[in-house]
Design a protein around this ligand. Structure first.
Ligand code: AMP
Ligand code: ZN
Ligand code: FE
Ligand code: FE
Length: 283
């Protein structure tokens, strides 16, 4: 049974690799009966103003968020951040560097794909994206270009054959350690949550991250099965961590559109998070 209050703290918009603009996303959120939302675009807060304006009009509560890509031994570790000061200078500089590295990486992916004999047209999409201030580019743009060029039939196939970790067009990123992200978001007045740990497969990092001040983990996520959800719930209890969760919705056509309105955070967990962050409505 769905709760009276439906809380989804993990969604993406066109400010990063979601397919819905912030306003369109709020319309979808309303249609799905979600009452509290957080947009967590990759390495950018560029969607916040439009989300918060649209959410206010729609009567949806909105918590400010982000999904920062940290790196541990060459592998991506996604860190959610909530309720921080988006204008904190050190964070502004950090996020801008993160986005520059995303652009560098995408360019190298384009070069690599050409060498692999599957050339794509990424210039147009990158130039278009560069026109929106704060827009974070990412591999889904290369995936869409592979589909458009007819080299693969779907976004999923583009990742499976070329873009996923360990595949021939995977390019490593440069980025901060997860513990450095925890500390930076804390200095900016916010809290971090280790995103979808079941997908990241870096559980061995959790005790050290907790020691470094990690306040939360994402327990509810579409890529966690029932056993993983139970295990991370238990881990949150063991380490006295706050719990977050959401659908990781990227919009229709993203290859990752499952779950809007189906993956939500229990209200009791949200209340604890809201208390810790000092969150007030509206965002
Ligand atoms: P990046 O931010 O450049 O590292 O790209 C990662 C993003 O690509 C994820 O946040 C997803 O939106 C998307 N992604 C990763 N794997 C897949 C997949 N197998 N199918 C569709 N989208 C994917
Ligand atoms: Zn994404
Ligand atoms: Fe993620
Ligand atoms: Fe995400």
């Amino acid at each position: 049974m769905r709760p009276g209050r439906v809380i989804d703290l993990h969604m993406h918009t066109t400010a990063s690799d979601g397919r819905s603009t912030p306003s369109q996303l709020v319309d979808e959120v309303v249609a799905m009966g979600i009452t509290t939302m957080a947009v967590v675009d990759h390495d950018t807060t560029a969607g916040w103003d439009e989300v918060s304006a649209a959410a206010a009009v729609a009567g949806v509560a909105c918590m400010p968020g982000i999904e920062i890509t940290a790196v541990d031994h060459g592998r991506d570790v996604h860190m959610l951040g909530y309720c921080f000061d988006r204008n904190y200078p050190e964070l502004v500089t950090f996020l801008s560097t993160q986005r520059e590295d995303r652009t560098r990486r995408l360019r190298e992916i384009g070069d690599r794909l050409a060498r692999l004999g599957v050339p794509v047209d990424l210039q147009g999409a990158m130039a278009e994206a560069a026109r929106s201030a704060g827009r974070a580019m990412g591999r889904p743009m290369a995936a869409a270009a592979l589909v458009a060029a007819g080299h693969v039939a779907s976004i999923r196939e583009a990742f499976d054959r070329y873009l996923a970790e360990g595949r021939p067009a995977f390019i490593e990123r440069q980025g901060a350690q997860p513990a450095a992200v925890v500390a930076l978001v804390a200095r900016a007045g916010g809290v971090t949550s280790l995103a979808h740990p079941g997908k990241t497969q870096k559980d061995h990092l959790i005790p050290d991250l907790v020691a470094a001040g990690l306040p939360a983990i994402e327990v509810y996520h579409p890529e966690h099965d029932a056993a993983e959800t139970a295990r991370y719930r238990q881990m949150a209890d063991t380490f006295n961590l706050l719990v977050t969760g959401g659908s990781d919705y990227h919009g229709v056509g993203s290859g990752r559109s499952q779950g809007l309105g189906q993956f939500y955070l229990p209200a009791a967990d949200f209340t604890r998070l809201a208390e810790r962050t000092g969150w007030t409505i509206p965002c």
